[in-house]
Design a protein around this ligand. Structure first.
Ligand code: ARG
Length: 407
C-alpha cells in the first residue's frame, strides 16, 4: 500500500520538486500526481513549468495566477501590521507559503486527493509553514515531504531524476539558494554561509549597486487608504502594478537590500540576503503615516502587536486564532490611516520628507514653537508636579537613607 492515492504536489519546476514526481510514485507508491504551480510574480515561464511536470510523470499540471491575491491579502496585511521579523526581514518568502498551502488544499478538495506534497527539506522554515498551513485548513489531509526524508545530495537527486528520463538543462546552476516573488528575493547558501563574507554584487537583481544609481534624487508620493497603498504619484494603481512600478523606481536608486543573520524556527541561525525594494519602503511609509494619524498609546501598543504578528508569520501560524485576533485589532487601527507620504530616493536611501492626512491629529496650534499657540503653558507646572511626585518621594527617601548610613 502506498502512502497516498492521489497527491497534489506544490511544483516549482526545479530539481527537487521535479524529482519528487517519480520518487513519490516509485518509492512511496503514490498512484496519481497532480502538480500545482502558483504564479506569485517569480518571473518563471509557467507554460514551460507546466509541460515539465507532465514530462516528469504528472497526471495533470495546474497553474494558479495568484499574484493579486498574494499582494492584496498577504503583502498588504503585513504592511498594515508593519511586520518585520526580528525588526528587519519583511517576510515576503514566509507570506507566500500560507497562500500556496491554501491553493493546495483547495485543489485537493476539487480533485479528490487524499494528500498534498511539497519539496521542502528538514532544516528550513518553509516546511513548517506548509505543514501548519495545510493542517490548519484541512486536518484530514496527509502531508508528504519526500525531500525531508530522502537524504540525497544535489548530484544524487539529479542522478535519480535521470534514471526516470528527467533532464535538467546544463545551465551553470547557481551556487545560491534563491526564492523570489513579486515582493522580493531571498538569497542564501554558497559563499554567503560565512557571515563575514560580503555578498557578491551579481546576486542582486531588483536593486542597483550604488555606483550605478542616478546622480539626482527622485521624489515619489505614496497614497494610502485605510493603511493600504493605493496610489503612486497621485495615480491610483491596482496592487500588482503598484508593487511592480515601485520595485523598479526604488530599486533603481539601490534601495531595499538587507544582509542579516536570523533565527530559524528549527533553532538554526542562518545568514540571509534580501532585496525587497517596494515592500521595505511601503512599510516605512505606512508606519510614518500612522505616526500622523494614530494616538500615542495606539501607536506604541501596535508596535508590540506588529512584533508578535511578524513572529507568527515567520513561524507558520498564518491560519491561527492569534492571527485572527490580531487582525481584528489591526483593522480597527487602520480606519484613519489614509493619506500621502512623500519620499526622496537617492543613493541607497529612501528618506521620508513629508506626510499628509485629512485625519491628521498633529496639531500645529499645539506643536508650534511660536508664542501664539493653543497650549495652556500654566498647566505644565501642575502636570509636572503630579507626574513627578513618585520620583520626588523616591529621591527624598534615597537621600535620607544615605544620610542615615553615614551617621
Ligand atoms: N529565511 C527566509 C524565510 O525563512 C527566506 C528563505 C528563502 N529560501 C531560500 N531558498 N532562499 O522566510
Amino acid at each position: 500500500m502506498g502512502r497516498a492515492d492521489k497527491v497534489i504536489l506544490a511544483y516549482s519546476g526545479g530539481v527537487d520538486t521535479s524529482v519528487c514526481i517519480p520518487y513519490l510514485k516509485q518509492e512511496w507508491g503514490v498512484k496519481n500526481i497532480i502538480t500545482l504551480s502558483a504564479d506569485l510574480g517569480q518571473g518563471d515561464e509557467l507554460e514551460t513549468i507546466q509541460a515539465k511536470a507532465i514530462e516528469c510523470g504528472a497526471l495533470e499540471s495546474l497553474v494558479s495566477n495568484a499574484q493579486e491575491t498574494f499582494v492584496t491579502d498577504y503583502g498588504f496585511r503585513s504592511i498594515q501590521a508593519n511586520a518585520l521579523y526580528e525588526n528587519r526581514y519583511p517576510l515576503f518568502t514566509a507570506l507566500a507559503r500560507p497562500l500556496i498551502a491554501k491553493l493546495l488544499v483547495e485543489a485537493a478538495a476539487k480533485y479528490g486527493a487524499d494528500a498534498v506534497a511539497h519539496g521542502c527539506t528538514a532544516k528550513g522554515n518553509d516546511q513548517v509553514r506548509f505543514d501548519l498551513g495545510i493542517l490548519a485548513l484541512n486536518p484530514a489531509l496527509k502531508v508528504l515531504a519526500p525531500a525531508r526524508e530522502w537524504n540525497m545530495s544535489r548530484e544524487e537527486t539529479i542522478a535519480y531524476g535521470e534514471k526516470f528520463g528527467i533532464e535538467f538543462p546544463v545551465k551553470k546552476s547557481s551556487p545560491f539558494s534563491i526564492d523570489r516573488n513579486l515582493l522580493g528575493r531571498s538569497i542564501e547558501a554558497g559563499t554567503l554561509e560565512d557571515p563575514m563574507t560580503e555578498p557578491p554584487e551579481e546576486i542582486y537583481l531588483m536593486t542597483k549597486a550604488i555606483v550605478d544609481t542616478p546622480d539626482e534624487p527622485e521624489y515619489i508620493e505614496i497614497g494610502f487608504e485605510k493603511g493600504i497603498p493605493v496610489s503612486l504619484n497621485c495615480q491610483i494603481l491596482d496592487s500588482v502594478t503598484l508593487i511592480s512600478q515601485l520595485n523598479e523606481t526604488v530599486g533603481n536608486h539601490g534601495i531595499g537590500r538587507l544582509d542579516m543573520v536570523e533565527n530559524r524556527v528549527v533553532g538554526i541561525k542562518s545568514r540571509e540576503i534580501y532585496e525587497a525594494p517596494a515592500l521595505l519602503v511601503l512599510i516605512d511609509a505606512h508606519r510614518d503615516l500612522e505616526s500622523l494619524t494614530l494616538t500615542a498609546d495606539v501607536t506604541q501598543y501596535k508596535q508590540g502587536v506588529g512584533d508578535t504578528y511578524s513572529k507568527l508569520i515567520y513561524q507558520g501560524l498564518w491560519y491561527s486564532p492569534l492571527k485572527e485576533a490580531l487582525d481584528a485589532f489591526i483593522d480597527q487601527t487602520q480606519d484613519r490611516v489614509t493619506g500621502t507620504v512623500r519620499i526622496k530616493l537617492f543613493k541607497g536611501n529612501a528618506v521620508i520628507v513629508g506626510r499628509y492626512s485629512d485625519n491628521s491629529i498633529y496639531s500645529p496650534n499645539l506643536s508650534t514653537y511660536g508664542t501664539d499657540d493653543d497650549f495652556d503653558h500654566k498647566a505644565a507646572e501642575g502636570f509636572i508636579y503630579i507626574w513627578g511626585l513618585p520620583t520626588r518621594v523616591w529621591a527624598q527617601r534615597s537621600k535620607s537613607l544615605v544620610a542615615s548610613r553615614k551617621s
